[in-house]
Design a binder for this molecule. Sequence first.
Ligand code: ATP
Ligand code: MG
Length: 394
Amino acid sequence: MREIILIKLGELVLKGLNRKSFEASLVRNIRHRISRFGNFDIRVSQSTITISPKGDEDLDEVAEKIGKIFGIAAFSRACVAEKKMESILSACGEYLSGDLNRVKTFKVESKRSDKSFPLKSPEISAEVGAYIMENFPHLTVDVHNPDLVVMVEVRDFGAYLHGSSLPGAGGIPVGTGGKAALLISGGIDSPVAGWCMAKRGVELVPVHFASPPYTSERAEQKVVDLLTKVSDYSGRMILRVVPFAHIQEEIMAKCPEELFTIIMRRFMMRISERIAVDNGCEALITGESLGQVASQTMRAIACTEAAVDMPVFRPLIGMDKTEIIAISRKIDTFEISIQPFEDCCTVFTPKHPRTKPNLHFVEQAEQKLDTDALIEECVSQVKLVKIGYYHSPA
Ligand code: ATP
Ligand code: MG
């Protein structure tokens, strides 16, 4: 029996004139994400995307990936029957027998978008219902609160039958919300921040500041591993690794110790903005959450933000750590984030950071540094790492 995946579009259907381009982005994202599992025919019609394997491709892995693509409200695995009542009935008995045997109550819902099919929707439901009652005598019909809804959809290219839908990842398709540079550390927060913005359609350009020889290869690999998890949702991306040790040494040598963190953050923002502009991004994203640490007080955030002109998105700003951790577990980054590898920030942490830095003093302290030259030096040494790129199967 031929099996396909049916995808119901989420918020997409609300987007009026933009709808076509949203659909096109979603289809492109789906194609990218599943191409390594084989050859699939992907079509859009009547607010539904159908994914049909061209050969005997297995749908288990495909379904897992589909559940992580933004812009999808719900999806189902369905079997395809010929558009004849006897084919629909026998497909129902065969394909849904497992589901029907597991439940006690059911109802049938039908949709007939192919109006040339001789039976109307209520008539299709009645026939399928009667067939199920006869072949699965333990079942009763419950139209208000059934354990299982059997869906029959008679569409252009066939009749589709399925049981309950699976929840999609929600959100809107990545790429439709612009591009932004994600400042990613090896911590818990920034991968979650990236996921939140990707959910709102933003394509991510991740930037990581590494401080070899103070930080290790493993610390950098940790960031690659985190982003690989995020890329299941956000799609593939290219990480920019920025060597940061020289700037940190300069700040340490020439600026007051209590301003070290804030000045370092301002450099991170400036360099990220440079990389963002060079790569067509229109905003920066950080994993800051108000009051979580000394550098995330309102005053400190204002000082950091003053270093750049671009909008800075902080999707976690009003979240508790427990809420952030819950998302990081859901997207499977938590266990990676808690691995103990030195981060560039922890290596140089001052003993008593300023929680209420004064922008004027910070700017004065920075006068001792050759900001432009330091930034140029960093940007010229950026290393690129591809994340989530797969070769098509041979
Ligand atoms: P995270 O869990 O994301 O590391 P955090 O609570 O530890 O966040 P900080 O270390 O103060 O907070 O960092 C605040 C934000 O600054 C991070 O969420 C991230 O966006 C950015 N950031 C921190 N360190 C780095 C780094 N090494 N490379 C890139 N961005 C960084
Ligand atoms: Mg951190």
